[in-house]
Design a protein around this ligand. Structure first.
Ligand code: NI
Length: 137
């Protein structure tokens, strides 16, 4: 089994908050990410797929096709968007990096088999200090 990772980038706005909390309570629980006037992050997305090397090409996957697939099913839905308001697959969820990683997995996973490979990991980097990895369960 071999693994390969493609990085893509997007920027998006969000706010971490609960309607049933006061602004003070939201600040206490969610910190700066609870700012009522939104804020943005320059996210990095690392998509890792796994499989066996194609003997004809020496590749696991065509990275150009993988990149196109990630952009079509994930990046185009998130880039320059407000995650809370505009991203369909995040509606009704807290706009946390954790929920984003799970959401991205579900957007992408049904299509990955078209590349004769399997999704292994969705890694979302929110800042240089914080990132989340999701392995599908
Ligand atoms: Ni934030």
């Amino acid at each position: 089994m071999i693994y390969i990772t493609r990085r893509e980038r997007f920027n998006a706005a969000h706010r971490l908050f609960r309607e049933d909390f006061t602004d003070a309570k939201n600040l206490e629980v969610f910190g700066k990410c609870s700012n009522p006037n939104w804020h943005g992050h320059n996210y990095e997305l690392y998509i890792t797929v796994k499989g066996i090397i194609n003997k004809q090409t020496g590749f696991l996957v065509n990275l150009k096709r993988l990149s196109k697939m990630i952009r079509m099913h994930v990046i185009d839905k998130l880039d320059h968007k407000n995650i809370n308001l505009e991203v369909e697959f995040m509606q009704g969820k807290l706009a946390s990096t954790e929920n984003l990683a799970v959401g991205i997995w579900h957007e992408l996973e049904p299509f990955i088999h078209e590349l004769d490979t399997e999704l292994h990991c969705v890694k979302v980097v929110e800042s240089e200090n914080n990132h989340v990895e999701f392995y599908g369960n």
